[in-house]
Design a protein around this ligand. Structure first.
Ligand code: PRP
Length: 178
């Protein structure tokens, strides 16, 4: 089946406004230690994380690291068993860590990933997602910072892809049958 881009679901202005709010929330919450490691999960979260990190204050100790994971599955649904393709460069032991994702769907990837990271003894571990497709959840995941809750619709752009395409769009758009 062929797909084409549909309507704008979340505009670039809305995204950028919400990211400023999220950065302010995070800054306030970590005010005491004034340090945090933002862990982006490749590939989708790269766009979100690089915008989010630039809204953090200059006098805060903000680190950025990435992981690349893929969950085993039947091709359409993740099983939640995560394979690590690229691991963090730095140790997170004793650090305040926030996992940054573009989207949480079934929750299986994040849930398994959090178990892996918890075992590395961070001081704290939280989750920040741009989009929460809450209706699709198969396992409970605590989302501490959420950009937007969205219905179960196929969306692309701002890091999200369809068959590796459309990650570069500034707006989040729907995808429709051609
Ligand atoms: C997406 C997203 C999460 C996962 C969420 O990644 O970035 O990692 O799916 O799905 P779940 O909640 O059902 O586990 P994807 O595997 O599409 O990789 P990508 O970031 O490279 O696009």
């Amino acid at each position: 089946m062929a797909y084409k881009l549909g309507e704008v679901m979340i505009s670039r202005e809305k995204i950028s406004g919400r990211i400023k709010e999220l950065a302010a929330e995070i800054t306030k919450d970590y005010n005491q230690d004034n340090s945090v490691v933002l862990v982006g999960i490749l590939t989708g979260a790269a766009v979100f994380l690089t915008d989010l990190i630039r809204e953090m204050p200059e006098d805060m100790d903000v680190r950025m690291d990435f992981m690349s994971v893929a969950s085993y599955g039947d091709g359409t649904e993740s099983s939640g068993v995560v394979r690590i393709y690229h691991d963090l460069k730095q140790s997170i032991e004793g650090k305040n860590v926030i996992v940054v994702e573009d989207i949480v769907d079934s929750g299986l990837t994040l849930s398994h990933l959090l178990d892996i990271l918890k075992a590395r003894n961070p001081k704290s571990l939280k989750v920040c997602v741009l989009l929460d497709k809450y209706e699709r959840r198969k396992t409970e995941v605590k989302v501490d910072y959420c950009g937007f809750k969205i219905p179960d619709k196929f969306v692309v752009g701002y890091g999200l892809d369809y068959a590796s395409k459309w990650r570069h769009l500034k707006d989040i758009k729907s995808v429709v049958d051609e």
